[in-house]
Design a protein around this ligand. Structure first.
Ligand SMILES: [Mg+2]
Length: 426
């Protein structure tokens, strides 16, 4: 399928002259027409500088309901995100998102301190270059003088990178999952559930599970590690009973157990046949403890969402601690690093099941043979942004997310949701 007309003829001729100083007076005469014409048009996309002209930045927050969602030992924010709208001199706009468990004020500080000025003027078609520029600030005196924290810089570099890739996909007129490899166009999708909430009874847990089952899900990830093993087993047995034997059950401890408890927890869980056990052990030495736990259970172990770098995710693979990697492109690395990790997983026979933001991560999962499944939050009380942020997101039905053919991320921001959840920062 020819994709001519990416850039109008006159425009690309001018850009080619500007960019690569061709040998002839007209610049393109020796190659005009046919296949050569098409080839040069595609080259122009790569060689020509596109420029980022402006970043619009919003913080997305949801109103406090007064009844937070707890995992094993901390509250997960319902919405705590940076939204970047990237404008370019080609008139293409890209969007990027970054999410965080920790207060987002550090990122606000960096934006108000002028970090967007380092992005304006850069080429969105060179995401590796821009990512290295922003991530590299984490070891530069300049960033320290500005008071930009390491975590804020990691989050911001992720959001900017995703916006770059959205622009690239739109410039190439391809959805990102096709640009990344196009392994398949629909991906399995599960729902995360069974949070701890003050006063939540087993009857309420049953209602929640029935509501989510009625939505058609085929996989359910339940929280654990916040109460005694005996109480957790009661909860998880109820979850298994409601969803039935033919559905997938995953268990997520959010780094809540010590190694001994994790070994005993895994032993008790085996009859419930979890598809995976996620972040079972405390953070401090989790790579080594995951490896030790893996030697004592047949349940596949997973981790990755808490890592701040792709190098740390690589270390999980090197330790042979996990069978499923759960990096989050919106928390660190963007697609630039996420694609490298997906390739690393494929070569190491580890599956990719990214954390959160299914409409973004579906592109990575669909593009790679290592892509396993995406995580959704279809209870709007838990994640109002999944429900409302985009006008026409990909459909989730019967345990599958169906990717769309619109270029880039294929996502359109809802003006209504932006007005409801967003606060313009710069
Ligand atoms: Mg998790």
């Amino acid at each position: 399928m020819g994709r001519t007309g990416v850039v109008p003829y006159a425009a690309w001729q001018k850009k080619l002259v500007k960019s690569v100083s061709p040998p002839s007076a007209t610049g393109v005469a020796p190659y005009a027409g046919g296949l050569f014409d098409f080839t040069i048009r595609r080259l122009v996309i790569v060689l020509n500088d596109m420029k980022i002209t402006k970043l619009e930045v919003y913080i997305l927050r949801a109103p406090d309901t007064g009844r937070p969602h707890w995992v094993s030992h901390f509250i997960v924010p319902r919405a705590n995100e940076i939204l970047v709208r990237m404008h370019t001199d080609e008139g293409i706009e890209g969007i990027g998102i970054s999410t965080s468990y920790t207060p987002i004020e550090a990122a606000i500080h960096a934006f108000r301190g002028g970090i967007a000025d380092l992005v304006v003027g850069e080429d969105p078609l060179a995401p590796e270059s821009l990512y290295q520029k922003l991530f590299g600030l984490t070891w530069q005196r300049f960033a320290h003088e500005k008071g930009w924290s390491r975590e804020a810089l990691v989050r911001i570099s992720a959001a900017v990178d995703i916006a770059c890739w959205d622009v690239i996909g739109k410039a190439a007129k391809l959805p990102l999952y096709r640009l990344f490899g196009g392994y398949r166009s629909e991906v399995p999708c599960y729902v995360t559930c069974a949070y701890y909430r003050d006063g939540k009874s087993l009857a309420e847990l049953r209602d929640e599970m029935q509501m989510l089952k009625a939505q058609g899900h085929q996989g359910f990830k339940a929280k654990a590690g916040g109460v005694s093993l005996a109480e957790d087993m009661q909860r998880l047995e109820l979850v298994r009973e409601v969803i039935g034997d033919d559905k997938d059950l995953m268990v997520d401890v959010n780094r809540g157990w010590d190694l001994a408890t994790a070994i005993e927890g895994a032993r008790l869980l085996e009859p419930l046949r979890p598809r995976w056990l996620e972040e079972p052990v405390r953070w401090a030495d989790d790579r080594r403890e995951l490896k030790l736990l893996a030697q004592k259970t047949r349940i596949p172990l997973s981790a990755g969402e808490s890592e701040l770098t792709s190098y740390a995710c690589r270390a999980l693979l090197e330790e042979q601690a996990i069978e499923i990697l759960q990096f989050d492109c919106t928390m660190m690395g963007g697609f630039t690093e996420g694609r490298k990790l997906a390739a690393l997983c494929e070569l190491n026979h580890v599956q990719v099941a990214p954390h959160h933001d299914c409409f973004i991560h579906a592109h990575i999962v669909a593009a790679s043979p290592a892509g396993c499944i995406v995580e959704s939050f279809t209870d709007p009380e838990r994640d109002p942004l999944q429900a409302e942020l985009f006008e026409d997101p990909p459909k989730i039905a019967n345990g599958w997310l169906h990717l769309k053919e619109q270029p880039g991320l294929g996502l359109t921001l809802s003006a209504k949701a932006l007005a409801k959840f967003g606060e313009r920062i710069v």
